[in-house]
Design a protein around this ligand. Structure first.
Ligand code: FAD
Ligand code: DLZ
Ligand code: SF4
Length: 518
């Protein structure tokens, strides 16, 4: 039988389940660039350029193996602009006996696939995505109907199951988690390794031109494009990370520095999420560095936990709890996303820096996402749906399966505690401890009240006040609420006045809706 193997743009791995039993004599591999995927949110320009270029390179590699590839470019005449439309056109071109696909990363596309099964004239086989270490069904079995799902428990199970960093039945070094060692501030004058950038080849340059013209009104710069777009380059990026960055990755994992978004991070998430690398080979490479004595255990364990733990966990949680997961808003947050998330124009230096990095690179590292843009959205009470859309737009590695649990659950606590036992709210002191941002800021991080005070300081207390009914009974919030209880009435009023003035200013004069404001 002749099989049409439909490969989505983030499934670019030679051994992905769509391709495992490919018969080069008869089968055809279909890849399509479609307007609907490029614009269902207005992705950062670098994200589209990265994916189109990676797709084109991957198609060329398959062809060089003698495989028949049907590649539809976004500007090809007759392109219908959607997965469903392009699959239907391809069926007419190739008249296959059946279609094989790998399950997609997003619920939205999963629903489309159910439609294909129902409506297309040939059978459509949807295969599990074998690039993950924990199959969806196994996660669902672990999760059951439990309300709260803790990453740490899942992660220990994954360590046992895969054998990564295990000595028999015990964790290497006698401990599962070395995080307490991983909170160092970057020493003044420290020189960080240079990013291994990949200069665009002819294929990438053509795609960059296409994106610049076609998606000119999307967020983000294209100038600094340096992502690996082939498997060979992605493997080089991984090797560079293991050698130059992994040894210090643990120590400075949470550190932030103005003008240096990359620090000791791996910069591999776009490649990993698109299939250019697999989670397993990345963990193998990191563990080898530990076994060879090239990187310390706190770094290697911290890194493997991100991939074997967090990445697998958010993906499992997404599929186990969608579509309801996206709909909750446990803290009833409803303010609009401030315009400065797009423009970067704010006097708060930490936010200006992180948003500037994001616009220039389609990248910010984890703590920038969590403790700066994320924490601000949490304590300012921004509507989860608007925050989620922002994160899905702005990062080259963003797909809903990984973005949504991180934003909805980890950052905004909009899931009411499925992911984390308490919101990660923090005042300016945290940012001051972990970065050099405050020194260059118009606000004073030490000041608690008044127009010159760091807004994170009063927004933090205002957040606790606004959510007192919902959060005061949470045992993990007992300490801050005890402090709040000791506050005088005038001090509480001052916090609410500072926050009210600041939030009204954010909303702008025209649309400063009094409802929900202070
Ligand atoms: P490193 O810091 O070097 O980490 C190595 C790898 O671990 C990453 O490449 C990634 O694959 C994995 N990883 C680390 N943390 C997480 C996590 N919390 N969840 C899942 N995987 C993780 N990651 C995405 O891939 N796509 C997203 O859309 C995304 N959105 C995020 C939104 C928020 C609000 C937060 C707090 C985190 C988000 N992350 C997302 C996780 C993490 O920030 C990025 O994976 C990481 O910054 C990518 O850069 P890196 O490759 O240099 O990562
Ligand atoms: C993100 C993206 C973009 C921008 N463009 C395409 C595309 O043109 N063709 C394609 O096959 N995939 C694209 N993708 C990735 C898909 O959106 C992704 O496969 C789904 O979100 C499921 O994870
Ligand atoms: Fe951010 Fe406050 Fe520091 Fe300014 S003072 S950089 S607003 S934490």
């Amino acid at each position: 039988p002749r099989i049409l193997r439909f490969l989505l743009g983030d499934q670019l791995h030679r051994r992905v389940s769509t391709l495992t039993d490919l018969d080069p004599e008869r089968d055809v591999v279909l890849l399509v660039e479609v307007e609907a995927e490029a614009t269902y949110v207005r992705h950062h320009k670098q994200k589209i350029a990265f994916l189109f270029s990676a797709m084109r390179h991957f198609a060329a590699e398959l062809e060089s193996e003698g495989i028949a590839v049907d590649y539809v470019r976004v500007d090809a005449p007759g392109n219908t602009g959607s997965f469903t439309g392009e699959l239907a056109r391809a069926l007419a071109r190739h008249a296959p006996d059946r279609v094989v696909v790998t399950e997609p990363g997003e619920w939205r596309v999963w629903e489309m696939m159910q439609g294909w099964r129902a409506d297309l004239p040939v059978p459509v086989e949807i295969r599990p995505d074998n690039r993950f270490l924990c199959p969806r069904a196994d996660f669902a079995a672990w999760a059951g109907n439990r309300r709260s799902l803790r990453m740490e428990t899942f992660y220990r199970g994954m360590r046992r199951r895969t054998g990564f960093l295990m000595e028999g039945s015990e964790p290497a070094g006698g401990q599962w988690n070395f995080d307490p060692l991983n909170r160092k501030r970057l020493p003044k004058g420290a020189s960080v390794p240079a990013r291994l950038g990949f200069s665009p080849d002819a294929t990438t340059r053509a795609v960059i031109d296409l994106v610049a013209a076609r998606y000119a009104d999307h967020f983000g710069d294209l100038d600094g494009f340096a992502w690996p777009v082939t498997r060979a380059d992605a493997l080089a990026a991984l090797a560079h990370f293991i050698e130059a960055c992994l040894p210090a990755f643990g120590d400075y994992q949470d550190a932030m520095k103005a003008g240096e978004p990359f620090l000791y991070h791996a910069m591999i998430a776009p490649a990993l999420n698109a299939g250019l690398l697999t989670a397993e080979e990345v963990c193998v490479a990191a563990e080898r560095a530990y076994r060879d004595g090239a990187a310390p255990l706190n770094a290697v364990e911290g890194f493997i936990r991100q991939i074997l733990g967090w990445r697998e966990y958010v993906r499992g949680l997404y599929w186990a709890r969608m579509p309801d997961y996206a709909r909750t808003n446990a803290l009833a947050a409803k303010r609009d996303l401030p315009w400065f998330y797009w423009s970067g124009e704010t006097a708060m230096n930490c936010l200006a820096q992180c948003i500037g990095d994001t616009r220039a690179q389609a990248y910010a590292h984890h703590i920038q996402r969590l403790m700066v843009t994320g924490n601000f959205a949490l304590i300012a009470g921004i509507d989860p749906a608007q925050v989620e859309e922002w994160y899905l737009v702005v990062y080259a590695d963003a797909y809903e399966w990984v973005e949504l649990p991180n934003v909805h659950g980890m950052v905004l606590w909009a899931d009411g505690g499925i992911m984390g036992s308490k919101p990660y709210a923090a005042s300016g002191a945290y940012i001051d401890r972990m970065s050099d941002y405050c020194a260059g800021c118009a606000y004073d991080v030490k000041a608690k009240a008044g127009p010159a005070a760091c807004p994170f300081n009063y927004l933090y207390w205002n957040f606790l006040i606004e959510n007192e009914a919902r959060l005061a009974g949470n045992p993990r919030m007992a300490m801050p609420y005890r402090t709040l209880a000791r506050m005088s009435e005038p001090r509480r009023a001052e916090i609410r006045a500072d926050a009210g003035r600041f939030l009204a200013g954010l909303a702008g004069e025209a649309d400063a809706a009094p409802e929900g404001q202070l």
